[in-house]
Design a protein around this ligand. Structure first.
Ligand SMILES: Cc1cc2nc3c(=O)[nH]c(=O)nc-3n(C[C@H](O)[C@H](O)[C@H](O)COP(=O)(O)OP(=O)(O)OC[C@H]3O[C@@H](n4cnc5c(N)ncnc54)[C@H](O)[C@@H]3O)c2cc1C
Length: 398
């Protein structure tokens, strides 16, 4: 059996067109989006100039991403890397910043998948949020303190969720809550809470954070927030409790599928950084001693090789999802390796340019801040490396 991760010509052509466009048309707005902590006001006009479909949710007519022989998840990696090559403000404007729909897909009944995934997410192009993290925990997902209490025909949610990407504007948020604290992780369930449900309060629209400042990161409070019984994912009136999946398992599946996408966003920033410094260094070559130039060449080669390794790991992880047999350990391996590697690559790019590298004249310092966040959310690098270790020791299935 051979592995080949050379992308097909159609996907290569699509990615090149996307990368060139995002660098030329979107990157000029990167600094201001970081300062303003939001996308540019004219974002729709900017997106209108794209030479290829972007999968925009704001369009009345469908704008689906093309399909490629590599499969949905692998080809999305090329998409995420290329769109982020311009800057990180672009991707959330397409409409699918949050990942609540992935939990629906992972643990919904057929009727719930039809309603909240096929219709609300795919057909209506709705935004979704994923509300797991709370003031008291992030990595240890068994510590959910938000409660869901049965009251007649409703589940009533109470608790606070932090750092919910796109939460303030999502059409619905998937909220993780415990129905019985004595059951630990087994008591955690996932509930679909649509925007506007009484008791669903946006406490803070956007966190003031180190990087990805143009992305919305919200704090949400649920105060006696009642949703119908069939908003509990995996539950149906006919099947009753027997059909309910473990909410923690649903959260982990959704994250495992999406982690390589976040790593691909990070690769886009690193490639953009390398492509920024390379011509600048080339222009300075005449002033360098041969030894110093040889050291620059070695650094460029090492950074290129590190990104190539990460890309391949990412493709391998997502090829298992396309094959219908997702590997949590491969996804963790890619997430444990890539954002940290990208951080080192961008830091080295900055160092190679001296003071110019850290100046705000270039975007390297901003991309360095942006990529740090990618090492934190959707599971920190440290925790991903623990997951890989456990898998090597046979303590993790998949
Ligand atoms: C911009 C942004 C967007 C986010 N979006 C979302 C979202 O949409 N939905 C959502 O639910 N959450 C979201 N998060 C939260 C994010 O997933 C958590 O911040 C992350 O999981 C880490 O959790 P924590 O912050 O509680 O840190 P902690 O879990 O407290 O970890 C703190 C440090 O300890 C390390 N650590 C933790 N456990 C171990 C261990 N067992 N062994 C060794 N080291 C360990 C971690 O690696 C980290 O360095 C977002 C966060 C940010 C910054």
């Amino acid at each position: 059996m051979t592995y080949s991760f050379t992308l097909s010509k159609p996907l290569q052509d699509y990615s090149t067109a996307l990368r060139e466009w995002s660098a030329a048309e979107c990157r000029p707005y990167a600094r201001q989006a970081d300062i303003d902590k939001r996308r540019p006001d004219n974002w729709k006009t900017i997106l209108d100039t794209a030479p290829v479909p972007l999968g925009r949710a704001d369009r009345e007519l469908p704008d689906p991403l093309p399909t490629f022989e590599e499969g949905y998840w692998v080809s999305h990696l090329a998409f995420y890397e290329s769109i982020n090559y311009g800057d990180i403000w672009v991707h959330p404007t397409l409409g699918n910043g949050g990942i609540g729909h992935l939990v629906v897909q992972a643990m919904g009944t057929p009727a719930q998948i039809e309603k909240w995934y096929d219709d609300a997410f795919v057909k209506q192009r709705g935004d979704t949020g994923f509300a797991l993290t709370e003031p008291g925990f992030g990595s240890d997902t068994s510590k959910v303190a938000t409660t869901a209490t049965r009251d007649g025909d409703s589940w009533v949610l109470n608790g606070t969720k932090m750092y919910c990407t796109g939460g303030a504007f999502a059409d619905y948020v998937v909220v993780f809550a415990t129905i019985d604290k004595t059951q630990g992780a087994k008591g955690i369930n996932a509930f679909v809470v649509p925007k506007g449900t009484p008791g669903f309060v946006v406490a803070k629209e956007n966190e003031d954070k180190l990087g990805i400042r143009s992305w919305t990161t919200s704090e949400l409070v649920f105060e006696n927030c009642a949703v119908p019984l069939d908003h509990r994912l995996g539950w149906s009136a006919e099947g009753g409790d027997a059909e309910v999946g473990n909410g923690q398992g649903g959260a982990l599946s959704a994250l495992a599928w999406n982690r390589p996408n976040m790593s691909a966003l990070a690769i886009g920033l690193a490639q953009a950084s390398l492509d920024t410094v390379t011509p600048i260094l080339k222009g300075q070559q005449a002033g360098f001693t041969p030894q110093r130039w040889a050291s620059v060449e070695r650094d460029l080669e090492a950074m290129n090789a590190a990104l190539d390794r990460g890309r391949r790991l990412n493709y391998l992880a997502q090829s298992t999802v396309d094959a219908g047999n997702p590997s949590r350990s491969l996804s963790a391996a890619a997430k444990g390796y890539l954002p940290e590697t990208v951080e080192r690559v961008i830091r080295r790019c900055m160092e190679l340019l001296g003071p110019e590298g850290a100046s705000k004249e270039l975007l390297l310092e901003k991309w360095y801040r942006d990529c740090k966040i990618m090492d934190i959310f959707e599971g920190s690098g440290q925790v991903q490396r623990i997951v890989v270790g456990r898998s090597l020791l046979g303590r993790l299935a998949g």
